[in-house]
Design a protein around this ligand. Structure first.
Ligand SMILES: [Zn+2]
Length: 378
């Protein structure tokens, strides 16, 4: 990895915008991630660097979103309220109107798109946009804190250049906007691991949603029970995602790294530590395929920022850095103050939790193996 380039996509321009203060989505997370990484010296040297985003062009936005929707979003952003916008989800509690929301969404999307283009040009092996990952936005619908679907657009931009794209979504919520955007296509495989939609927004993403037409078998949903912990998650990941990724053999991976699956997230109920994200990233790197990573959800600020800083460190080949060592902090401190570096300490799992989680994950794994694996010759 040391000779391959990794770019962290960010600019202080993104700091000009914020959701209303009472809203759980905080645009500060990207800035804080950058600050930690910068202080650790992990944004330069060893083939690592930074890249400033440019706003996504209208021609790009229109690959997925309707002109009517983009117009309404722009009008709302400039302070013009129209009933039609509300019908498209703009101005709801989840997707409030705030000053400059259009400019923010277009710039944050542009950050993902410049990463995709850098990968296409062959200049970089890894790009990470912590301000991206708006996987719920629909063609004509703001949803789940998302206005413009940067990740669906990135998959489309990459696939247009005859790339086989693997979209992996580990945000705790189903990546519905991306999955349905590509539901009938086989040039992008979408795999979403998420909390069971019977217990969480957006209410879709059960294992029987597997794509249609040419896309049948190229949409993979892995719903997980409340309380899913590291070992159970990794067991599912290794049983489902790893063989499918090997069979699909992508040219590029788009990785939506929402951090709301971590234990302690105020909006969800899984029980992961960032050690799981680290393990997943090591799997992705083993494919030696370029990776376009984005942020996403993550509503416990401190956990989210640490998870993203850790993710970048590994993606950018700095994993051996001393500050990342969990062995040091893990045995050193008894206090509740965690100073073990970027890795979370392991969490204890109860017998009751195991008994509830394991059978549910085994059942889902069996169904996916039955319905999807044969399509890929597995
Ligand atoms: Zn989420």
């Amino acid at each position: 990895m040391a000779t391959k380039k990794a770019v962290f996509v960010y600019s202080s321009e993104l700091e000009k915008y914020s959701y209303p203060s009472e809203h759980p989505f905080n645009t500060i997370r990207a800035r804080k991630t950058r600050k930690i990484l910068n202080s650790m010296g992990l944004l330069s040297g060893g083939g690592r660097g930074e890249l400033a985003p440019v706003p996504a062009e209208r021609t790009v936005l229109k690959k997925f979103h309707s002109a009517r929707y983009l117009h309404a979003l722009k009008r709302a952003s400039a302070g013009h309220w129209e009933a039609e916008a509300l019908g498209m989800g703009i101005g709801t509690q989840d997707c409030p109107v705030f000053k400059g929301l259009y400019e923010y969404a277009v710039l944050a999307t542009g950050a993902t798109i410049v990463g995709a283009r850098k990968i296409l040009s062959g200049d970089v092996h890894v790009a990470f946009n912590p301000s991206g990952g708006y996987h719920h936005a629909g063609p004509e619908k703001a949803s789940g804190f998302c206005y413009i679907n940067d990740v669906a657009l990135a998959c489309m931009v990459l696939a247009e250049q005859a790339k086989r794209v693997l979209y992996l979504d580990v945000d705790v919520h189903h990546g519905d906007g991306v999955a349905y955007a590509l539901y009938d296509r086989s040039d992008v495989m979408t795999i979403s691991f998420h909390q069971n939609p019977r217990t969480l927004f957006p209410g879709t993403g059960l294992e029987d949603e597997i794509g249609e037409g040419e896309g049948k078998g190229y949409c993979v949903n892995v719903p997980l029970p409340v309380g899913t912990y590291d070992q159970a998650y990794m067991k599912a990941f290794e049983a489902i995602a790893v063989p499918l990724m090997k069979a699909y053999n992508p040219d590029v991976i788009v990785f939506e790294l929402g951090a709301d699956a971590l234990a302690g997230d105020p909006l969800a109920n899984l029980y992961l530590t960032n050690n799981t994200y680290a393990e997943i990233i090591h799997h992705l790197l083993s494919f030696e395929t370029p990776i376009l990573a984005t942020g996403g959800g993550g509503y416990n600020m401190e956990n989210t920022v640490r998870a993203w800083a850790l993710a970048w460190s590994i993606l950018a080949g700095a994993d051996s850095h001393q500050e990342l060592s969990h062995a040091v902090g893990g045995v050193m401190l008894e206090s509740t103050e965690w100073q073990g570096g970027l890795y979370d300490r392991a969490l204890a799992v109860t017998e009751q939790q195991r008994n509830a989680v394991e059978p549910a994950i085994e059942a889902v794994t069996r169904k996916i193996k039955k319905n999807i694996f044969p399509i890929h010759g597995l």
